[in-house]
Design a protein around this ligand. Structure first.
Ligand SMILES: NC(=O)c1ccc[n+]([C@@H]2O[C@H](COP(=O)([O-])OP(=O)(O)OC[C@H]3O[C@@H](n4cnc5c(N)ncnc54)[C@H](O)[C@@H]3O)[C@@H](O)[C@H]2O)c1
Length: 249
């Protein structure tokens, strides 16, 4: 017997497909046979793994309405939602302004809940509805200065639990907490240091696997979590960090 992930016939709505992890998720869900609808901040985006692209600012509820409507208009259903769009809002406990706090809450917390609310009825009729929320290793441990991003990423693990217990059994909800994944977003973090290359080497060396993760590795996990092979998984967030958390110092 061979085991392969087959998502054919399923429609996946993925946020943040234009770059990094979201692009990897789109590639892997497409490779598993799903039809992918995706969004991002960019006005236009073309990739063979994304069948429908809708420029969307996920912080704006009306734009989420339009994203969900466009997906259903195009494909008639939504079976898988991967709520991935986000950004590093690293301003620190002392310096964070009210505006930055709000910006972070809108993007890295409320947008995930709003998208899930709007997709709920479609996921229910799917018969195998799955939500994957992309949180972060910062949900568990963090670095000085990474507030308030880490606060919202921790809160997302609670959102995963609430959705799972309130919307099950029709809908499963799981979280993925990536560690250091090689993306433009992560490179932006390295670039904030005086010598980005030195910081990158230092970070790689602190991983038991001696490398950063790839967007396709996160995408492959999403494909598995969206498949029938993970049908018993719900309400939990999976940390994928190359063993980094095992190292105390
Ligand atoms: N790269 C990492 O190491 C890492 C680690 C842990 C968690 N994450 C999380 O993974 C997700 C993706 O990170 P990445 O590194 O691939 O980022 P990235 O900057 O490479 O890509 C971000 C994507 O999100 C979209 N986006 C950003 N703001 C948006 C908005 N307001 N509305 C709609 N789309 C928006 C962008 O258009 C882009 O497609 C984020 O939620 C991030 O917090 C990343």
């Amino acid at each position: 017997m061979s085991l392969s992930i087959d998502l054919s016939g399923k429609v996946a709505l993925i946020t943040g497909v234009t770059s990094g992890i979201g692009a990897g998720i789109a590639r892997m869900l497409h490779a598993a046979g799903a039809v992918v609808a995706g969004c991002g901040l960019e006005a236009a985006f073309e990739d063979k793994s994304v069948s429908l692209y809708v420029a969307t600012d996920v912080r704006v509820p009306e734009q989420l309405d339009a994203l969900v409507a466009a997906t259903v208009d195009a494909f008639g259903r939504i079976d898988i939602v991967v709520s991935n769009a986000g950004a590093n809002i690293f301003t620190g406990v002392t310096a964070t302004t009210e505006a930055q706090w709000q910006q972070n809450t809108d993007l890295n917390l409320a947008a995930h809940w709003r998208l899930c609310q709007r997709c709920r009825s479609w996921l229910e009729v799917s018969g195998s509805g799955v939500i994957v929320i992309v949180t972060s290793n910062h949900a568990y441990q963090t670095i000085p200065g990474c507030f308030p991003y880490n606060v919202t990423k921790a809160a997302l693990t609670g959102m995963v639990r609430s959705i799972a217990i309130e919307w099950g059994p029709a809908i499963r909800c799981v979280g993925i907490a990536p560690g250091f994944i090689d993306t433009p977003g992560n490179q932006g973090w390295f670039n904030s240091f005086p010598d980005a290359a030195v910081e990158r080497t230092r970070t790689v060396d602190s991983h038991p696997v001696k490398r950063l993760g790839t967007p396709d590795e996160i995408g492959a996990w999403c494909a598995f979590l969206a498949s029938e092979y993970s049908a018993f998984a719900s309400g939990t967030t999976y940390l994928l960090d190359g063993g980094r958390n095992a190292l105390l110092q």
